[in-house]
Design a protein around this ligand. Structure first.
Ligand code: NDP
Length: 325
């Protein structure tokens, strides 16, 4: 690396994890109202596997990454709210699989003094997602019952904890005994496997079903998620870790209990500076008061981004995966 270049991960074409290769690229410059951040940790997220493999179209050569944390080392013209030397985190940058990245100042969230880079790096995307799911998509009330898929995963583990802070009953779904133990430790009231889970959810809810099902697994779980949702309840489909759900015949919602179905995305729940600041503030308060455990499942050198993707797609991980420069 020279003073004008840096290491980044570049995919020349869509494909398997092996297309993620280290390369020397120009150091980015912050544009107007942007800041340049020296990366301390980069978050790895499922969406980057969809982009890398071509499921979500992107332009190649492609450097993945929307999430990162680090120190601001330069500011562009017109920046007023962020200063050089400050530590920030974001889920809304681009090309964060790199030693440096730029981000709009409005999307740079302040990292509290003393917070370690791995905690700060693990929270922006998965934490803000868990927050909007339980506070906004379906604002859960104390005593309501929520089902959470992939419950020991990054989003899943944070969602369980936020639900318990509200006072909900949580039914967690996971695929292995180890993951079930994690979900239990994080506060889940009941832990189930995926096989026929709708029937088990009904048994646990006096035959009614759950008020809300948060489903990130998608193709292999969606039908059961609808069946596990109570009359006039809500099924929230927010991911497709097992594949995308085929088109839905709306008539099915009529025959299965006048259900509400939504397919939300974080971008629609961080629409302006006030909204993201509110969500981030609540997350930071929960972490700094000891009320939210942030689990980093594995870290990888930046150059080894391919291994992080391989592990995430292999279904073997728990908690957050981070790349360290
Ligand atoms: P996770 O840590 O949840 O990892 C994925 C988990 O999905 C696995 O550990 C596994 O848990 C489960 N899974 C079930 N079937 C499969 C399969 N066939 N292959 C791989 N994994 C499978 O990842 P994240 O927390 O990063 O993301 C979770 C989901 O949330 C993703 O689908 C992602 O796209 C989505 N997401 C959506 C957002 C939004 O705003 N809409 C924002 C952020 C994430 P188990 O073994 O327990 O089933």
């Amino acid at each position: 690396m020279s003073e004008t270049t840096m290491q980044a991960i570049v995919a020349q074409e869509p494909g398997g994890p092996e297309v993620l290769r280290p390369a020397e690229v120009p150091l980015p410059e912050p544009g107007p109202r942007e800041v340049l951040v020296r990366t301390e940790a980069t978050g790895v997220n499922f969406i980057e596997t969809y982009q890398r493999s071509g499921v979500y179209p992107v332009d190649f050569p492609f450097t993945a990454g929307s999430e990162g944390t680090g120190e601001v080392v330069a500011v562009g013209s017109g920046v007023t709210t962020v200063r050089t030397g400050q530590r920030v985190a974001t889920s809304e940058a681009t090309r964060t699989y790199a030693q440096f990245f730029t981000v709009e100042e409005d999307k740079a969230l302040p990292v509290p003094d003393g917070m370690d880079p791995q905690t700060a790096g693990a929270l922006p995307l998965q934490g803000l997602t868990a927050h909007y799911l339980v506070r906004s998509t379906f604002p859960v009330q104390p005593g309501q019952t929520a089902v959470v898929t992939a419950a020991s995963g990054g989003v899943g583990g944070l969602t369980i904890q936020l639900l318990k802070r509200i006072g909900a009953t949580v039914i967690a779904l996971t695929s292995t005994r180890d993951k079930a133990e994690t979900a239990k430790r994080l506060g889940a009231d009941h832990v189930l496997g995926y096989e026929g889970f709708a029937e088990h959810v009904r048994e646990l809810t006096d035959g009614l079903g759950a008020d809300v099902v948060y489903d990130s697994v998608g193709r292999t779980t969606f039908d059961e998620s609808l069946a596990a949702t109570r009359v006039r309840g809500t099924t929230v489909l927010f991911g497709g870790s097992s594949g995308q759900v085929p088109p839905l015949d709306l008539q099915r919602l009529n025959s299965s209990g006048a259900l509400y179905v939504t397919r939300p995305s974080l971008a629609y729940y961080t629409r302006d500076r006030d909204e993201r600041t509110w969500r981030w503030g609540e997350l930071m308060d929960a972490v700094t008061s000891g009320g939210l455990e942030v689990r980093v499942g594995a870290t990888y050198p930046l150059d080894d981004a391919a291994a992080a993707h391989r592990d995430l797609e292999s279904r073997g991980t728990q908690g957050k995966l981070l790349l360290l420069p």
